[in-house]
Design a protein around this ligand. Structure first.
Ligand code: PSU
Ligand code: MN
Length: 315
């Protein structure tokens, strides 16, 4: 029987026994982030969602690896008590990639964002990651240069991220431009429109689209056979039109949320959780349901891709 294990080339990173086993067997594994649980969703629903997402991955035949830093230990794959801690501990920090080393050095605990999670998952050898919406370029970039570290980290990380586009609280066209500049591949899943997180369509096109998980695995294999430096592949998977947030309600409440954040001087790491919570509150939970529908779909698709990836010949 194996037990918890450090990653050989990243000894600070600890794999759960289940993840160490799965990776050794080359079984399909899907990374899940913890910021969405700790800071993106209201309690106590967040714990239910954390468990549900792990269940969706298992039902699709893959192993879920939720990622977080607990007491200075970056963990890939959490036990039941650890998932509870992520959902319940109000003191957890929000950790992007650059926060990992200080957290390790000081013994801090925190939930990992897309950048923190993608880095740790890739170090562990996990190739597929499912989440809600990526961070990106914030509106008002001209005055406050707030661009999520998700983008630059993904530009140099070998991972496939399944998401419902980027959060619609952002400047979506500017974020797409940055993804192009950074050389991060974006493919629409079953669509040639870039999804809008809570909305099926952000109003922007995507250049490439694929129809099934096997085609995503083929694109990943092509990245590998091309070689060169590593960068992520973004699989943009829209929420279905029946489950999206009403676009008119979305636009109205988002305008209010942005004005309120501005009035209250919210900035930096706090802005994303502030806007998401504002939308949940002022849409009476409708934005939360759309957010969850998107995340569920993404995690299920990530699992299907991981299964195809693990099953390809020569893996
Ligand atoms: N998507 C969600 N909810 C979230 C986030 C994304 O559905 O809470 C989080 C992710 O962890 C993402 C982070 O990496 O927001 C971006 O934060 P910032 O803009 O501060 O980089
Ligand atoms: Mn930011």
């Amino acid at each position: 029987m194996t037990s918890e294990r450090s990653v050989p080339h990243s000894p600070a990173v600890v794999l759960s026994e289940e993840i160490a086993d799965a990776l050794a067997r080359r079984a399909p594994v899907v990374a899940l982030e913890s910021t969405i649980i700790a800071h993106g969703l209201p309690r106590p629903r967040n714990l239910q969602v954390a468990r549900e997402l792990e269940g969706i991955v298992r039902d699709a035949g893959a192993v879920p690896a939720t990622v977080a830093v607990l007491d200075g230990v970056p963990r890939v794959g959490l036990g039941k008590d650890q998932v509870e801690r992520i959902a319940e501990d109000p003191a957890l920090r929000k950790l992007g990639f650059r926060d990992l080393a200080p957290a390790v050095a000081t013994g801090a605990s925190g939930a990992t964002t897309v950048s923190g999670t993608a880095f740790l998952a890739a170090r562990a050898g996990i190739r597929v990651f499912g989440t809600g919406g990526l961070g990106g370029v914030h509106r008002g970039w001209v005055t406050v240069q707030d661009e999520s570290a998700d983008l630059s980290l993904l530009a140099r990380t070998w991972i496939t991220v399944v998401c419902a586009g980027v959060k619609s609280i952002l400047d979506v066209p500017a974020t797409l431009q940055r993804l192009e500049t950074l050389g991060i591949g974006v493919i629409g899943f079953g669509t040639d429109r870039f999804p809008g997180f809570y909305l099926t369509d952000s109003g922007e096109p995507v250049d490439w689209s694929v129809a099934d998980p096997g085609q995503v695995a083929a694109v990943m294999a092509a990245q590998d056979t091309l070689g060169g430096h590593h960068s992520a592949l973004i699989v943009a998977n829209p929420v279905s039109p029946e489950l999206q947030l009403d676009p008119e309600l979305h636009d109205r409440v988002l305008a209010e949320a942005l004005a309120a954040a501005d009035r209250e001087g919210v900035s930096g790491q706090a802005i994303t959780p502030y806007l998401l919570a504002y939308l949940t509150d002022r849409t009476s939970g409708a934005s939360l349901e759309a957010n969850l529908a998107a995340v569920r779909g993404n995690v299920a698709l990530a699992a299907a891709i991981a299964v195809r990836w693990a099953g390809r010949s020569g893996a």
